[in-house]
Design a protein around this ligand. Structure first.
Ligand code: FES
Ligand code: FES
Length: 170
């Protein structure tokens, strides 16, 4: 398809790129913006390793044509730490909880899991275990088992609520 200029917000910065609009958002992010945290797995919507936020909703970037992000907001794992209310923190509380709860092993699924968890906690700050399970059901993990991941999301939820109520809380 003929290339065109695509303008959008990427991790809170306005960007524009000249691209084939049928290229996947996943390839655009990795190949044109060098944002390699978003992983490439199945390429057909089955594994969730390519999950990013599009206007705040978790989507499989391998299924989104680049032309569809025109004028919209995209957030990748590289942009997530700036969304912590504890501004001095290096990691977002979800990232921190994944490390502390042993939810990261090979790490290949981790960015996608974290993006799905982030979208959940924006909508539902205090989810049940079942709601966490449902939110990450499109994200496959081949090594850690889902228990630690669920525990990490629940722990992150608690920390994020505390940070909101007590801005000095780390
Ligand atoms: Fe997108 Fe698997 S690479 S869902
Ligand atoms: Fe290896 Fe999930 S930690 S695939």
């Amino acid at each position: 398809m003929k290339e065109q200029v695509i303008n959008f917000q990427l991790n809170d910065e306005p960007v524009n790129v000249y691209s084939d609009p049928s290229l996947s958002l996943l390839k655009l992010l990795r190949n044109r913006f060098n944002l390699l945290g978003t992983k490439e797995g199945c390429g057909r919507g089955d594994c969730g390793v390519c999950t990013v936020l599009l206007d705040g909703r978790a989507v499989n970037s391998c299924l989104i044509p680049a032309g569809k992000v025109q004028g919209r907001n995209v957030c990748t794992i590289e942009g997530i730490s700036s969304k912590s209310t504890a501004k001095a923190a290096r990691f977002h509380p979800i990232q921190q909880a994944f490390v502390e709860k042993g939810a990261v092993q090979c790490g290949f699924c981790t960015p996608g899991m974290i993006m799905s968890a982030f979208a959940l906690l924006q909508e539902n700050p205090s989810p049940s275990k079942e709601e966490v399970r449902e939110a990450i059901s499109g994200n496959l993990c081949r090594c850690s088992g889902y228990k630690q991941i669920e525990e990490a999301v629940l722990e992150a939820a608690k920390v994020m609520i505390c940070q909101k109520e007590h801005p000095g809380f780390k």
